[in-house]
Design a binder for this molecule. Sequence first.
Ligand code: ADP
Ligand code: MG
Length: 392
Amino acid sequence: MSSPESLVSRVTGLFADLTGSAPEGVWSAPGRVNLIGEHTDYNDGLCLPIGLPQRTYVAATRRADRTLRVRSAQRQEVVEVPLADVAPGTPGGWAAYLAGVLWALAREGYDVPGLDVAVDSSVPVGAGLSSSAALECAVAAAVSDLAGLGLLGSDGGRAALARACIAAENTIAQAPTGGMDQSTAMLCRDRAALLLDCRSWRTRLVPFDLAAHGYALLVTDTRASHALVDGQYGSRRDQCRQAAAELGVSSLRELEPADLDATLALLSDDVLRRRVRHVVTEIERVRTAAAALEADDLAALGALFDASHDSMRVDYEISCLELDLATGTARAHGALGARMTGGGFGGSSIALVALDAVESTTNAIAEAFAARGLVAPVSFAVTAGGPARRDC
Ligand code: ADP
Ligand code: MG
């Protein structure tokens, strides 16, 4: 992975190519990996993400007119859009994630300037590691400073920026995601996981320093195709909404785990029963996982990873061959536990691996993929990184 210093200098160079001058500043925000608690955010539930060392950097300068001009090292084209034209579906494509943030902050009543922006990133794009929220949150951090909003200075201000980023993604980029990704990018901390309550938006930091216990979190980007904007994510959301309506609750969070069997018996359809069982048991697993981390019980955390993966594979039906192969291979090579992470249908998996087994597990996963003729996966160990910030 490129160092923060080299990414700052790369994005500054890209900005100079675009505008012929140096930027007013550089801001960055992390990708995230969710330790456990999948498809719980839009059910008002709990999740337990960490920020990644991989980050998206934006170099930005205010413009005299109300136009956004953007260029990304990960894309070919320069996109230019008048802020007045930003609306659901406009601009299309990747620039929506930037334009949407300006739109959402303007809608909140902030005086948002036009900007020139260059983007570069070490977050794999479309790998389920939330490159989209990293991009939005880096832009939001830039706007907060450049427009003098002062929102980076407090958790409350950061939560407000996260909400603007969620609105940008849902409304302008039209990807129906929950709020976990943006909240993580704004509020995560080094060497900590963020226990996030998506009903109250309250957060609690939980110690996450695996290396101190001889372990690593191995992320595998399976490179299997993953597009949140396709119908599957929306269909799971709809099924949860339908189940909540049948059960007469405002969200699946309201359901008591102890009454689960009786609750499931009230539902009309076996698919809904399985979806609800995943959500209710997964929220409970997040609680138990946070307690396991606080007690330094990594074996318990690993067992929860395995149970979570099974629940997503069987009940939520969002796993795929590559995710099952990466997690199964990690387990077979001694991982304490492994699970898919992110929205599903591809993307990434995580495994709790002894420090001295990182290399052999990485190789075993690569060999298992090669033996089946699959695209080579990319595995890397991660630690918990810090939130959106100004870099220079
Ligand atoms: P994920 O967030 O898991 O990486 P998404 O599908 O939610 O996957 O978001 C990926 C999309 O976000 C990309 O298709 C692109 O539109 C946009 N994006 C993310 N990072 C960048 C970047 N560095 N440059 C340009 N666009 C980006
Ligand atoms: Mg995303």
